[in-house]
Design a protein around this ligand. Sequence first.
Ligand SMILES: [Mg+2]
Length: 231
Amino acid sequence: MADLKGKFSTIFFDADDTLWENEGYFRAAEAKFIELLADYTTPEGVQELLWQKQEDNIPLFGYGSKTYMIGMTDAALELCGGTMPEHIYYGVKKIITELAFHELEIMEGVEETLKALQGRYKLIVATKGDLPEQMAKYRKSGLAKYFHHCEVMENKDENNYLELAAKNDLDPSEILMIGNSVKSDIAPVVNIGGWAINTPHEMTWAHELMDMPESDRIIVVDGIKDILNYL
Ligand SMILES: [Mg+2]
């Protein structure tokens, strides 16, 4: 596939690590957590338990920094032997507060790409996570003027994308999704008959790792500006 011009009326954009940096802040928070628990076990031990607690909590509480805080407190409580010192609890809370309220760093090429597409397509943000947190980032980004609106999805599986298509009066074959995650942005969309452009990010959360599916409805580009070559 190469020329998608005129094929779509609407384009969906992932937000975290597609429009703005995100994973790097989670990695920094994880490093601070490992440091906070350094007296209790090895860095690998902290990391492994945090990963496990995070995976346990996502199905219950969804994505975002609040769920990360629950995962961190669960992990810290276990590492501290069932009684968590006050400085550990408040240390976790500080890490999460810094994570939730950091400055937004818009990724290179995003603004000029959106400017070039605006008016030619209906542009919609399709992100997953905590509703107030994602909407706050969307407003703070200064990018809202380029988009019709922002959809905060509960998850990004095939059913969620079918719902997204129906909600926007689109057939799944009319969906073009742009994003950094093969698992969340690319695979489920092409599996329901849509199209996808992958804008890989140097850092990808282990939870999001997946092999690229075989499909002629997927394009991989180096940077977001390159999507203009196809649209
Ligand atoms: Mg993303």
